[in-house]
Design a protein around this ligand. Structure first.
Ligand code: FAD
Length: 507
């Protein structure tokens, strides 16, 4: 009887580790310092959350999830990894709004950046004679909270994303684009200073004058060189209201000509565009500018043209300027060649305009929808070939939730930054924001791949935004002349290849 009890104990009770971290085996030759150990969890909830993202396509299981309560905690975690003979990888996870596992760390540690925000208010607005208004913001903060905090001081960041429930560190690791980018550049062009914890565990303050190599590498650097813990962002006086119109087109040449006139005129504050096809008019289109009579007209136009193009145009103003702005807008619209019989306009508060897209959660169940997005930058010189081959012929093969298409001025992007764009003065972004059931993801990816193949075959030198590649060769091609510097910066700031393995560049 005693023997049976002993065998039972050995095989079932002793087999259960006293510390769940032992199952994680982060580092074979080191025990984490106690205050770090307490913040590393291996519970199934934590692991499941960290192995899902908005895309719900890639699921990489980390060994553990780290919940820092201070920046020092993150430094010590990275130091601990560096001290192991075989370091474990570390991925900062903002809100997990990536779509291809970029914020995951297979067998490594995912750092839940949101756990920093619980302990502090990470947004501070200041003014200096050299920089004007600026804000120091924690890398873990959401842009919606930045907006709310800035508006209390009557100021605002100038460059945005369409959706504000993204983190400052997450968008600055990509670029951060929206309808203001033609005028102010992407969000990465509006950063004055950063605090970054490198892959060696050093906390470095950098800017264009101090430690410029790290500063430019991190901006658009896909999390490869360090974890952004603070960003100093340019601010400007906040307007109170916006005039917002949508213009419809059926002719691509006229549409792109009008978009380019708008981005060179500097009159609007925001210019975007979208595609409307096969009567699948995006929800956002219906809800913001709802009108049943317009809806009927659009349906008729779609029957005639199959594909419609829309420009979204916004002018900011303060209450006392309403007459001047109305006049300016009228003049501007006179120059545009849209369907004049359709009139979509709205007048909303600045806040309501920026916060127009409601919060979307990362749903961590296998049945949740997948988002096999494809985001491209397309050089202006090939935009007509791209329209014929991709917008007219390939995209209508599938039902897509939202298709975004609008131009940027290249001179608002600093080529010293890691972010890559086509090498032309004007380029367009195409955002195919697909939503699919899990078993149909492949159908969307097939069309995505056809689009990429079409560009390759026809020598249209596109660049992926929010890129995802499977081979080193593809990454080298993506970075082109920047690849050597990118590699050199990796060797300098993260020599043991610890950071953001989910991007699959070096790991
Ligand atoms: P995560 O997905 O968590 O992380 C992204 C990458 O950055 C990972 O590699 C991660 O390791 C790294 N990272 C995260 N935090 C840090 C940090 N503090 N320091 C260093 N590296 C870090 N993008 C636009 O430009 N414009 C848009 O309008 C736009 N709209 C979107 C709307 C929706 C609904 C979604 C899902 C995404 C949208 N995006 C847009 C894309 C978005 O910019 C990326 O998903 C980006 O990664 C930010 O998401 P996140 O903060 O959740 O970062």
């Amino acid at each position: 009887y005693l023997v049976i009890i002993t065998i039972f104990h050995i095989s079932f009770v002793s087999a259960k580790p006293s510390n769940p971290l032992e199952t994680a085996v982060l580092c074979k030759d080191q025990i984490p310092p106690p205050h770090i150990r307490n913040k590393i969890l291996t519970s199934s909830d934590s692991i499941t959350n960290a192995s899902y993202d908005y895309g719900n396509i890639v699921h990489k299981i980390p060994s553990a999830v780290f919940y820092p309560s201070s920046i020092t905690d993150i430094i010590e975690l990275i130091e601990y990894s560096n001290n192991c003979s075989t370091p474990f990888s570390v991925a900062a996870r903002g809100q997990g709004h990536s779509v291809r596992g970029q914020a995951m760390a297979y067998k490594g540690v995912v750092v839940e950046m949101a756990s920093l925000s619980k302990k502090r208010s990470g947004i501070r607005v200041s003014w200096s004679s050299s920089s004007g208004f600026y804000a120091d913001i924690g890398g873990d903060e959401l842009w919606i909270d930045v907006l709310l905090a800035a508006l209390k001081h009557g100021v605002t960041p100038v460059s945005w994303t369409d959706y504000l429930y993204l983190t400052v560190g997450g968008t600055l690791s990509n670029a951060g684009i929206s309808g203001q980018s033609f005028l102010h550049g992407p969000q990465i062009s509006n950063v004055l200073e950063l605090d970054v914890i490198t892959g060696k565990g050093e906390l470095i303050t950098c800017s264009k004058d101090d430690e410029p190599e790290l500063f430019y590498a991190v901006l658009g650097g896909l999390g490869q060189f360090g974890i952004i813990t603070r960003a100093r962002i340019v601010m400007a006086k906040a307007p109170t209201r916006v005039k917002w119109v949508r213009l419809l087109y059926s002719n691509f040449s006229i549409y792109t000509k009008d978009q380019e006139t708008l981005i060179s005129s500097k009159v609007p504050n925001y210019v975007e565009g979208l595609l409307i096809l096969n009567e699948t008019i995006p929800d956002s289109w219906r809800s913001s500018f709802n009108s049943s009579s317009n809806q009927e007209k659009i349906t008729l136009l779609l029957r005639e043209h199959r594909l419609l193009y829309a420009i979204e145009l916004v002018k900011y103003y303060d209450d006392q300027d309403v007459h001047r702005v109305n006049k300016e807008f009228e003049m501007l619209l006179k120059e545009m060649n849209f369907f004049r019989s359709l009139n979509f306009s709205a007048d909303v508060s600045y806040f309501d305009f920026l916060a127009r897209v409601p919060r979307l959660d990362v749903l961590s169940t296998p049945q949740s929808p997948t988002h096999p997005w494809l985001n491209l930058f397309v050089p202006k010189s090939r935009i007509h070939d791209f329209n014929d081959g991709v917008l007219v012929n390939l995209i209508p093969k599938i039902d897509t939730e939202l298709i975004i298409f609008y131009p940027f001025n290249r001179d608002k992007w600093d080529s010293r930054m890691s972010a890559v764009t086509p090498d032309e003065n004007i380029f367009y972004t195409l955002g195919l924001l697909h939503s699919s059931s899990p078993n149909e993801t492949k159908i969307y990816d097939k069309v995505n791949n056809e689009i990429l193949r079409f560009c390759l075959k026809n020598n249209i030198k596109i660049k992926q935004y929010l890129p995802h590649y499977k081979s080193r060769e593809d990454w080298i091609k993506h970075y082109g002349s920047k690849w050597n510097d990118f590699q050199e910066m990796k060797a300098k700031f993260d020599p043991r290849l610890i950071l953001s393995p989910g991007q699959r560049i070096f790991n």
